[in-house]
Design a protein around this ligand. Structure first.
Ligand code: C5P
Length: 305
């Protein structure tokens, strides 16, 4: 039996550069690990892939990225029909939230199974399988911040950023999810967001390395906000509220719906959360996590209803 934590991410920047002939979008994105994790357990037992999940609303068949990752691993490693796998996924990260929870689960599955079966596959093969599962999956094969290019699958790991030292992330999930394909499709109606200028990622990374939190925060950007904030203006109100109440930055992560605020200290994040609750009421999922991961136990999550 092997247990693995599977953590999530936010995008400090998601700059879309245009639509590609294969239907995906070319982009540059800066991903930051968030020490807020699901838990997976893996056992060599039974026949074929059997999966269970703490969330009854999630599929436990080939529609689940964990199941897909396990099946791809089994085929690539040449596991026989008698070599079964039992996998349990205990979900904490919100779904369809722009946090890459499902992608992280898939990457954790590839890494765990490779460990469980004595490392039959090299990292390059795991990377290839990861990219075939989803654009965000390769990022989760490592645990550093990273620059991702291509459709998001080409990863350049980076050191933790000096500008974020001591800072905290406050994450808010509004209670509804957003479909990633929908968000990308809508870009056709927002030409400026569809055709971003390359180089924003480099500027942000330089600011994160060489300047402070305020200057770096001015470089945060997400092209997908154009369609998503248009459809869900509540998310724009969250961002304005965060900026007016002590956040250095506020942005939507990925294709949403999670909004994150970055504060210089943990105390500032706690104060901001109290003000947010007083203004917007209860019933949303929130978390405060330190910016310097990736310790799975370093984070904290909670839900208030
Ligand atoms: O790669 P992944 O399966 O996560 O992508 C989900 C969907 O998001 C794709 O089917 C596509 O519609 C859209 N997408 C895109 N360009 C990207 C990444 C995702 O158009 N770079």
């Amino acid at each position: 039996m092997l247990e693995k934590a599977s953590c999530c991410k936010v995008n400090l920047l998601l700059n879309i550069l245009g639509k590609r002939p294969d239907g995906f979008h070319e982009l540059e994105t800066v991903l930051h690990p968030i020490p807020l994790c699901d838990r997976l357990t893996f056992e060599r037992a039974g026949a074929g892939v059997e999966m269970t999940c703490s969330d009854p609303l999630l599929p436990v068949n080939s529609k689940n990225l964990v199941f897909r990752a396990a099946s791809l691993f089994a085929a690539a490693a040449g596991l026989g029909p008698g070599e079964g796998l039992r996998i349990h996924l205990c979900k904490h990260i919100p779904v369809a939230a722009g946090l890459g929870g499902g992608s992280g689960n898939a990457a954790a599955t590839l890494l765990a199974l490779n460990e469980l079966f004595g490392r039959p596959l090299p990292l390059s093969k795991l990377e290839e399988l990861a990219a075939s599962i989803g654009s965000d999956v390769p990022f989760f094969l490592q645990d550093q911040p990273a620059l991702a290019t291509g459709r998001g699958e080409i990863i350049q790991p980076l050191h933790f950023f000096p500008a974020l030292r001591g800072a905290s992330f406050l994450l808010v999930h509004p209670g509804f999810g957003i479909s990633t394909p929908w968000a990308y499709q809508q870009l056709a109606r927002f030409p400026a967001a569809l055709h971003g200028t390359p180089g924003r990622a480099r500027r942000l990374i330089m600011a994160l390395l060489k300047t402070g939190l305020e200057a770096a925060a001015a470089e945060f950007y997400n092209s997908l906000e154009a369609p998503v904030l248009w459809k869900y203006p509540l998310l724009e109100l969250f961002q304005e509220f965060f900026r007016e109440n002590g956040a250095a930055a506020a942005l939507m992560s990925g294709s949403g719906s999670t909004t994150f605020a970055l504060t210089p200290t943990r105390d500032a994040a706690e104060t901001l959360l109290e003000k947010f609750k007083a203004k917007f009421g209860l019933g949303m999922w929130t978390a405060i996590v330190p910016s310097q991961g990736p310790s799975p136990s370093g984070g904290e999550w909670r839900k208030w209803n």
